[in-house]
Design a protein around this ligand. Structure first.
Ligand code: NAP
Length: 319
């Protein structure tokens, strides 16, 4: 096993767990820095004994970040939020924590830093999510100029928040909303491909730091993704266009839920397409992207009506 140590912030999250698993397979020693170590209890069995350690760290606290990156050869930042909550605001996590991590990684002598941002990151965006992602990238670049910036489009995979959420909604809702008419374009990228890209950037950091935009093989409208999801769960639901201006009304109310279903900032985000436009992509890293059609039906089957659910399980067992 390689002795190189990689510190991963946000390793207990959706992309984080796949990245930790891929790093373990690549033979790295991994230190996962999380606010709540109990939430990372499932990670160590992905490696050999002692290969993966989970340590307590709030990335907003500079001294905790310094301790977490001590001795690290590489650092990966996957900490992010989709909505502000308490002290964990967009500004705090995407900008201040990102700067803490980049500065500490540089001071610790880390060879490389992979900072995960998002397509659409832009300091001048009307969306607070995208604007703070843009500001965070700038601060990371300042503190660690060689850092690789990774901007995924919508990420899909077994625990994703997009297909699973809408499939769960489709079980009970009589119709599904098409915010802004459902015309927004996405280039969904498989979580395993994002993890593979991050491992590749740790293994072979590009000199000078670059921005990588990660998307899948196809571009879909939001409406097409809803149709694909409904097809995968064998359900029919009317798709009802909801203009952006009208969508902000339910979003205003829903943002106050502990885990908001929709926020006004997400409505703003949906006004811009989320597709790859940059020069460095999965292909640059030698990764062939996985399609939505190849993966999504295999993890959404549990949302099918009882009859089709049984058929699906029987077909899989017989296959
Ligand atoms: N999923 C997507 O479709 C997508 C698309 C584009 C970009 N991204 C970006 O990719 C990154 C990972 O996304 P994800 O989908 O894996 O999100 P996720 O499942 O919500 O995971 C986010 C991680 O960040 C950690 N975190 C949040 N605040 C923290 C803090 N103050 N200190 C330390 N850790 C903190 C969370 O841990 P605790 O809250 O448990 O501490 C969690 O492990 C994010 O930056 C996200 O913006 C995601």
């Amino acid at each position: 096993m390689s002795t190189s140590l990689v510190t991963v912030f946000g390793g207990s999250g959706f992309i984080g767990r796949h990245t930790v698993r891929a790093l373990a397979k690549a033979g790295k020693r991994i230190r996962v820095a999380v606010r709540h170590p109990a939430k990372g209890f499932f990670l160590p069995p992905n490696g050999t004994v002692g290969q993966i350690a989970v340590v307590k760290c709030n990335a907003l606290e500079a001294d905790q970040v310094e301790a977490a990156v001590h001795g690290a050869d590489a650092v990966i930042n996957l900490a992010g939020v989709l909505h502000s909550s308490g002290e964990n605001t967009f500004e705090a996590v995407h900008c201040d924590a990102a700067e803490n991590i980049a500065s500490a990684a540089k001071a610790a002598g880390a060879r490389t830093l992979v900072h995960v941002s998002a397509i659409g990151a832009d300091k001048d965006s009307d969306s607070a999510y995208a604007a703070t992602k843009g500001e965070g990238e700038a601060r990371v670049h300042e503190a660690f100029p060689e850092a690789a910036i990774v901007r995924p489009s919508l990420v899909f995979g077994p625990e994703d928040d997009f297909f699973n959420r809408f499939a769960a909604m489709a079980r009970f809702a009589p119709a599904l909303p098409l915010i802004g008419g459902g015309h927004t374009k996405f280039q969904p990228v498989f979580v395993g491909d994002v993890a593979a890209a991050i491992v590749e950037l740790v293994r072979d950091p590009a000199p000078g730091g670059k921005v990588y935009e990660l998307g899948g093989p196809n571009v879909y409208s939001f409406k097409e993704l809803m149709e694909l999801m409904l097809d995968a769960i064998c359900r029919k639901r009317p798709l009802v266009p909801l203009p952006f201006a009208l969508a902000t009304i339910p979003a205003f109310v829903l943002q106050f839920l502990p885990k908001p279903l929709l926020t006004p900032d997400q409505v703003t985000l949906l006004k811009s397409d989320n597709v790859v436009t940059g020069a460095n992509t999965l292909a640059t890293l030698g990764i062939v992207p996985t399609s939505v059609e190849a993966e999504v039906p295999a993890y959404l089957w549990r949302f099918r009506p009882k009859g089709q659910y049984d058929d699906f399980v029987r077909d899989r067992v017989q296959a």
